[in-house]
Design a protein around this ligand. Structure first.
Ligand SMILES: Nc1ncnc2c1ncn2[C@@H]1O[C@H](COP(=O)(O)OP(=O)(O)OP(=O)(O)O)[C@@H](O)[C@H]1O
Length: 270
């Protein structure tokens, strides 16, 4: 297995993510099995793998939306045993969904400021100021009072990025949040893809975060990640730098890059 070494990665620092022997089952069938991962502060990771291999499941576990069947998960050094909603001092992990998942009855401003209003005793004017600056960071102006349904799909995506820039005070204070992007560019035209990739890079930099992007889109993988993980058969089959990914002769990586039907990745026989 090849191992990534990013220049900006803080090799000796405490890992942001430590996953040991994780098992996640759906209907008694393992989706993740003996899954291990260490992510250092500053890393930008892409998780790739065929449809149904468990990429979104991995993000859901990291986001605290799903508890594993067994195994150990540590985020920012704290063992995770509860769903995020049940945690009094949750870790700073921010998920940008494939679909923006905005609350339809709330305005853009209320959607982006949701965590601030829920968790903090902050003045309304301060909340509005933070929300407007986050919206401006992602190129949205004069949309605060609109409902999500009044925006285009692309604008709704931008709102979900602005939401990832807001930090709730109930989140464990960490100087480096973990941002999770689930198939952010799937189904977009190449130009819209470039815009969203720019946003992934910008959002991660503005939040001073590290990131995990799940994607099948080659430009998104190449632009947003420095380390690539290939997930298949419930575990990480390959782990390397983006440069190694582009050149590797590994059978999983070669098959993924070329889209060949020949190779170790085959349809599941039920
Ligand atoms: N709520 C659920 N109930 C039962 N099975 C589920 C559920 N969610 C996911 N699964 C199963 O877990 C497996 C992994 O799903 P997951 O969504 O993590 O895959 P993925 O790699 O993200 O796929 P894709 O690239 O198609 O989005 C699939 O076989 C899926 O059917």
């Amino acid at each position: 297995m090849e191992h990534s070494k990013s220049i900006k990665t803080q090799d000796n620092a405490e890992p942001i993510v430590e996953i040991e022997n994780l098992l996640v089952e759906w209907d008694s069938k393992p989706v993740l099995n003996k899954f291990n991962l260490v992510m250092k502060p500053g890393e930008k990771i892409a998780i790739i793998g065929p449809s149904g291999c468990g990429k979104s499941t991995t993000l859901r576990v990291l986001a605290g939306l799903l508890l594993p069947t067994s195994g150990n998960l540590k985020l920012f050094g704290s063992t995770q045993s509860y769903l995020r909603l049940d945690q009094t001092n949750p870790p700073d992990v921010r998920l940008v969904f494939q679909n923006p998942a905005l609350l339809g009855s709330l305005t853009v401003e209320e959607n982006v400021g949701f965590l601030l209003r829920k968790n903090q005793s902050m003045s309304e004017s301060k909340i509005k100021e933070i929300v407007i600056s986050c919206l401006q960071e992602v190129g949205l102006y004069n949309v605060s009072n609109k409902l999500p349904s009044q925006l285009s799909g692309g604008m709704q995506k931008r709102v979900s990025f602005a939401r990832a820039l807001v930090k709730g005070s109930s989140l464990q204070s960490s100087s480096m949040p973990l941002l999770l992007f689930d198939e952010p560019t799937s189904g977009l035209d190449p130009i819209a893809c470039t815009r969203i990739e720019d946003l992934i890079i910008k959002t991660t930099n503005v939040a001073k975060g590290c990131s995990i992007v799940v994607s099948h889109v080659m430009s998104t993988i190449e632009r947003s990640a420095e380390r690539v993980l290939m997930l298949y058969g419930g575990k990480i089959q390959w782990d390397g730098t983006i440069k190694e990914f582009k050149e590797s002769d590994n059978s999983f990586i070669k098959q993924f890059r070329t889209g060949s039907l020949q190779g170790p990745i085959q349809p599941e026989i039920i």
